[in-house]
Design a protein around this ligand. Structure first.
Ligand code: FNR
Length: 382
């Protein structure tokens, strides 16, 4: 299936995804917030970087392996947490987790997944868990315990969504939560029969559209019904003190996601975090946020090598991975790239997205004269 997908880069998968999904679902996957300036800035930051390649280095054996949290990884790349993957493909979270496991890459389970943590963990491979906190914190603590028991190695706490972001398009498209058919979205859904049958139809056969799968049964809402009191995410009262308590509670690796200021990065070190993700949430939170690639050098000098530095937001090519590593990242996360593959063709589409990125990374390294990730540094940028 993946082999006959005539998609030769992430942009091809993106086009396929756009054709297959109803407009409202597509915009949920693709769009940023407000004027989408952060999204544009994320790409512009990568596009502005050029290389000064070295030659005659004997690049017949390229080694892309690295170590993340003390364990070997075939690539400096992991799948970012992305909620509602189940709207893009039937049981999309499982397809993502399986493709990641097959590629040997870590997969981050989202708090907002439509399949519960135990089922996703059963897909195997190396898994991390991303946390948004519910208003009733006891619910979150119970889910953390389940994530740990299921074998999740790291906890990623997302910090850049303290209030709901300004997604004006949701109102325009009539694709809000709870999801209901209405005058604005019915035609959209009906004119995408493959999605309607392949995603919604299959859920309808198995008892309805799942949502908030990580909550206990009694509190679980469906996408069509809306949430119970206490079972909504509440992040505006989160502070460093609560983060210290989480550090004490979570026995595994702790990563703070959504850091852009060097002072916060230093605070993360003091807290005892094992990593941070330099991220603006793919341009989906604060529209005037700095591009993570631009924020990276100052953050790297602030933390030195005291924690693992991930970067995400805007990665669409293997060369982007090299640009992030050259400027100080240890590894990157990808959000939309695998989701384009998922929406285009399910699990084989995700596999295709990951292997395209891996191939491009290897080719870029060879053309730069870098044989291993350790040889990627600032000297290559010019
Ligand atoms: C996200 N992201 C996200 N982050 C998070 O911490 N929890 C979540 O549930 C989600 N959900 C989510 C859904 C969708 C559809 C997208 C596109 C993104 C953000 C994600 O983890 C990551 O930070 C960005 O996607 C990275 O940018 P790129 O790779 O999409 O450009």
């Amino acid at each position: 299936m993946a082999a006959d997908l005539a998609c030769y880069n992430i942009a091809d998968l993106r086009l396929r995804a756009q054709r297959r999904l109803p407009h409202g679902v597509w915009e949920y996957l693709e769009r940023g917030v407000e004027d989408e300036a952060a999204m544009a800035r994320n790409r512009a930051a990568f596009d502005a970087v050029t290389f000064r390649p070295r030659v005659l280095r004997g690049v017949h054996a390229i080694d892309t392996r690295t170590t993340i949290f003390g364990r070997e990884s075939p690539l400096p790349l992991a799948l970012a947490p992305t909620g509602a993957a189940g709207l893009l493909w039937h049981e999309g979270d499982l397809a993502l987790a399986r493709a990641a496991a097959e590629a040997g890459l870590p997969f981050t389970i989202s708090s907002a997944s439509t399949i519960d943590v135990e089922q996703i963990a059963a897909a195997g491979g190396r898994q991390w868990f991303q946390l948004y906190l519910w208003e009733d914190r006891a619910l979150s603590h119970a889910v953390l315990e389940r994530a740990w028991q299921s074998g999740c190695e790291a906890l990623f706490v997302t910090l850049d969504m303290s209030v709901p972001p300004n997604r004006e398009y949701i109102h325009r498209n009539g694709f809000g939560t709870p999801f209901r058919l209405n005058a604005r979205n019915t035609l959209d859904v009906l004119t995408h029969p493959r999605w309607l049958a392949g995603v919604m139809g299959r859920y309808a056969l198995s008892g309805g559209i799942p949502s908030q799968a990580n909550l206990p049964d009694r509190l679980r809402a469906s996408v069509t019904k809306g949430a119970h009191p206490g079972a909504l995410f509440k992040l505006d009262n989160l502070d460093w003190e609560e983060m210290r308590a989480l550090r004490d509670r979570w026995p595994g690796k702790l990563v703070l996601k959504g850091i852009l200021h060097p002072a916060d990065a230093e605070e993360a070190v003091r807290l005892g975090a094992d990593g941070i993700v330099v991220s603006n949430h793919g341009g989906r939170a604060l529209d005037s946020a700095i591009a993570p690639l631009a924020a990276l050098p100052d953050i790297r000098s602030a933390v030195s090598d005291r924690l693992t530095l991930f970067l995400d937001s805007g990665i669409r090519r293997g060369s982007d991975v090299v640009k992030a590593l050259a400027q100080g990242a240890d590894a990157v996360l990808v959000g939309r790239a695998p989701l384009y593959g998922l929406s285009a063709a399910g699990q084989p589409g995700v596999t295709r997205a990951l292997s395209l990125l891996a191939e491009e990374l290897r080719r870029t390294m060879a053309l730069l004269g870098t044989r291993s990730l350790a040889e990627i540094d600032l000297e290559l940028i010019g």
